[in-house]
Design a protein around this ligand. Structure first.
Ligand SMILES: *Cc1c(COP(=O)(O)O)cnc(C)c1O
Length: 371
């Protein structure tokens, strides 16, 4: 990122762009031609996917199981869609059969769902839902902002039509770009629109003239961010994508086991729906949520997330994403939180927490859990 910027049409930069597009295809596990980074953060990727696919009056079914599902519904509404929201209790995943039933019942043009809900720590199984959407001739849009680079995201194998992510979560670069990918089924929708995309800046068919083969000016790419994304993609390939998934899985498991053994309760009760890159734990009764977070930051340089929406004040969110997903951080989190909770008058068993985490590492000794 600290390279001197070069021109956005400089032949050397065009090579960087090609590498980024190819790296993103490998990361998304897709062959989709229309794969590139939107200039903007994850929400820009969300807006780009929805604005390109939605026309006035289109029926859009949004599965909402947390804060970011809600954001999708709000955007779809602003874009003039007829939005149908199907809700799930925060902290639980949708049952694929129920989700499919909703698709059958409403017969929408577009189905939108979040893969990894960062507000709740739920990993939503999406393969069956994507299959069901396709069987009912709907376009499925998947939010992979928190999952991409941290847990398996298999765009082609699952049959996902459009997806967006962000650079600053498990991809491990600073915030500022939103990788997106569109399958030909989605591209067909873009090409058969009655009216052009409401957003000029995010119009994928216009941006394609720059990121595609023409290399014509559309807007100035954030050059140094593209440098950063290329480097992040190279680091992912150096580690190996599967090794990276395993690192995130084992560190997340060790943290979850450690927090439970300490005497805390996780929000997500079903272990198979726990998101290893974001662990949510209930704030114990009588403990001051904000004071604990402030103390973690000031005394241990450890920042954790607060609850959002209905979970405000009720949970803590521990992110183990990208570079931060390391064994040393798991032990730091358990011991620092334990020390502060004891000091705040909540008795917790730090020894058992550390031992439970250690046990996870011992039984997965072959996994590289540090970078
Ligand atoms: C962070 C996040 C977003 C929004 O991304 P920004 O980069 O903050 O704009 C969208 N969806 C999910 C699931 C997220 O975690």
């Amino acid at each position: 990122m600290v390279h001197q910027p070069i021109g956005h049409l400089d032949p050397d930069f065009l090579t960087v762009m090609d590498e980024v597009r190819e790296g993103l295809r490998r990361l998304f596990r897709t062959r989709n031609g229309l794969t590139f980074p939107i200039s903007g953060t994850g929400s820009a990727g969300m807006e780009a996917c929805l604005a390109n696919l939605i026309e006035d009056g289109d029926k859009v079914l949004v599965f909402v199981e947390g804060y970011f599902g809600n954001r999708m519904a709000q955007m779809a509404e602003r874009l003039g869609a007829e939005v149908i929201v199907v809700e799930q209790e925060w902290g639980k995943a949708f049952d694929p059969d129920d989700a499919c039933e909703a698709i059958r019942k409403h017969n929408p043009k577009i189905v939108a769902i979040v893969h990894a809900e960062t507000s709740t720590g739920v990993l939503q199984p999406v393969e069956e839902i994507a299959k069901c959407a396709r069987e009912h001739d709907a376009i499925i849009v998947l939010d992979t902002v928190t999952s991409l680079g941290g847990v398996p995201v298999l765009i082609d194998e699952w049959g996902v039509d459009a997806s967006y992510s962000a650079t600053q979560k498990c991809v491990g670069a600073p915030p500022g770009l939103a990788p997106v990918t569109f399958h030909d089924r989605a591209v067909k929708v873009l090409k058969s629109r009655k009216r052009p995309c409401r957003s000029w800046y995010f119009d994928a068919l216009l941006v394609k003239t720059y990121w595609g083969e023409d290399r014509a000016y559309h807007h100035t790419a954030p050059i140094n961010m593209v440098f950063a994304l290329r480097e992040a993609l190279r680091l992912i390939e150096e580690e190996g994508l599967e090794n990276r998934w395993e690192r995130h899985r084992i560190n997340g498991l060790a943290l979850a086991k450690g927090l439970e053994a300490m005497g805390l309760t996780l929000l997500v009760t079903e272990p198979e729906h726990r998101l290893p890159v974001l662990t949510t734990v209930l704030v114990p009764d009588g403990v001051d949520d904000a004071r604990v977070r402030t103390r973690l930051l000031n005394e241990f340089h450890l920042e954790i997330g607060a609850g959002l929406g209905p979970l405000k004040g009720r949970i803590w969110r521990f992110g183990l994403m990208g570079y931060s997903s390391q064994k040393r951080n798991v032990f730091l989190a358990i011991s620092a939180l334990g020390a502060i909770l004891r000091d705040e008058g909540f008795p917790c068993d730090v020894e058992s927490g550390l031992a439970a985490a250690q046990e996870v590492y011992r039984s997965h000794a072959a996994v590289a859990v540090e970078v």
